[in-house]
Design a protein around this ligand. Sequence first.
Ligand code: ZN
Length: 165
Amino acid sequence: MRLPLVSSDDPVLREQAVPVEDRASIKALATDMLQTMRLEGGLGLAAPQIGKSIRVFVTGVGGTEHVFVNPQIEWYSETIVPYEEGCLSLPRLRGVVERPDRVRLRYLSLEGAPQRIEASELLARVIQHEHDHLEGILFPDRMKDIRTLITLTQEEWDSRFENKE
Ligand code: ZN
């Protein structure tokens, strides 16, 4: 089921999300979040973006999809790289954000098993962007110079299926 995205000014996007305690309740939600991410043409989607202030996000980078429950970034690389980001919650906006190029993430699978993943490049980028959503942080907050935020036309936005997180 495709879930509606909350609007860009919804306060839920600014809340600190709470850990998931009842995993059984989020299996269907995770399936719907993955479907919504695909239909929106996104690389990732965090629960606050669909109005749920819980610590869950999904990613779909390079043909591989992941569901991350109660994720914690436990390591960042020292190498910082700039990259132009967009966000499904902030339609038509794009901006360059500098982030570490690798991270290691601890999380639970949908079955409740503790997992670790070390990610690089685009997946590392998306993981950090989605993790920020769980903290109420949006990508413009991370920009060094907010004046470099770009507004695309609707046509440009619709035709770009990459870098929407
Ligand atoms: Zn986003």
